[in-house]
Design a protein around this ligand. Structure first.
Ligand SMILES: [Zn+2]
Ligand SMILES: [Zn+2]
Length: 337
């Protein structure tokens, strides 16, 4: 049995690292927190000290009022880290959103990696996932069922551009989460040659600015609130998903409703949200990415959390890989898939 079970404890409120008296992604305020990335099911306000990448700290400052300048909060570039209570912590790219990191812990010759959320396919807005060899791999499993296979991102972006061109009198309104997905859709559009201004809901403005400050070029963005309705015909508009079927969308010329999410793979979900143009673009690993990653990392044991744990657990068993499901409760999967 791995001795990890003596120094690291999965709790419903996060992962506790005993010798360091530190929590990873705690959902309640604690004395010391190492945070994988800025989404609300991993990051929050109220911790004594926060250890994270500079981008994640900046995101936490913007969203949760964390004081980046305070000396008790510390930023670490990818590859860097700190030591506490004999545990060496370091941050490694997770490929999920800007600043997202896997956290590697080394203690008495044993290596544990906590992935936070991750994906394997390319994303112009963040550093690519790095395979970090370890004894215990704590992996997310948001899309841990074989039914979840995300199509190539380029195909979905081409679908979006095709839809705008097909209806020059209408706008296409894309629902995209404010942290990560919105900026990725914009950057992917730019990469596909869409150079026209992209119109955004006010709720996306600050995060887009933060990405730009960190070197992610999003091209020209215009606020819907400062634009004439007619100007947005034949154009792409982005808004948080909550605005899709809201009064707000009346500002747009007869919008075609689209949504960018891994859940759009499930037709019923698209129908529930009255989405005409589902775009399967996800910031989480799909089934193949999850299983490939476990094979590549090749840990002695995988701990599965955050999603369809049983599907991935079954796969591990079938492939003679030691694994356990953590069944942490209280984690919201819908937020940012
Ligand atoms: Zn996330
Ligand atoms: Zn998450």
């Amino acid at each position: 049995m791995a001795k990890a079970k003596t120094w690291i404890e999965p709790h419903s409120s996060g992962i506790y690292v005993k010798p360091a008296d530190l929590w990873i992604d705690p959902s309640r305020p604690v004395e010391r927190a190492a945070v994988t990335h800025g989404h609300a099911d991993h990051a929050r306000s109220g911790h004594g000290s926060v250890f994270a990448t500079p981008e994640t700290l900046a995101i936490m400052a913007l969203r949760y009022g964390v004081d980046v300048e305070a000396s008790h909060n510390q930023a670490f570039e990818y590859g860097d880290g700190f030591e506490r209570g004999g545990v060496r912590f370091s941050f490694h790219p997770a490929g999920h959103v800007l600043g997202s990191a896997q956290i590697l812990m080394e203690y008495q010759g044993e290596r544990i990696v906590v992935t936070g959320d991750y994906k394997r396919r390319s994303d112009p807005t963040c550093a690519p996932f790095e395979v970090v060899p370890c004894d215990i791999f704590v992996t997310e499993a948001t899309f841990g069922l074989p039914v979840f296979r995300h199509p190539p991102t380029g195909d979905e972006i081409a679908k979006l551009i095709g839809a705008v061109r097909a209806e020059p009198d209408r706008s296409v309104l894309v629902g995209a989460y404010a942290l990560g997905k919105a900026q990725r859709v914009i950057a992917e559009l730019r990469g596909a040659g869409w150079h026209a201004p992209i119109y955004i809901h006010g709720a996306l403005e600050k995060m887009c600015q933060l990405y730009a400050v960190h070197g992610v070029d999003l091209g020209e963005l215009r606020l819907v609130s400062e634009t004439d309705k007619t100007e947005m015909a034949g154009q792409i508009v982005l808004a948080p998903p909550s605005a899709l079927n809201d009064r707000w969308s009346r500002r747009l010329p007869d919008p075609v409703t689209a949504m960018a999410s891994g859940w759009m793979r499930v037709r019923q979900r698209a129908r529930q949200r009255m989405v005409e143009l589902p775009l399967v673009i996800s910031d989480h690993a799909d089934w193949d990415e999850l299983t490939t990653t476990i094979s590549e990392v090749n840990p002695k044991e995988s701990w599965i959390t955050h999603g369809s744990e049983d599907g991935l657990l079954r796969w591990c068993e079938l492939h003679q890989r030691k694994a356990r499901a953590l069944h942490l409760v209280g984690r919201d999967l819908e937020e940012e898939a």
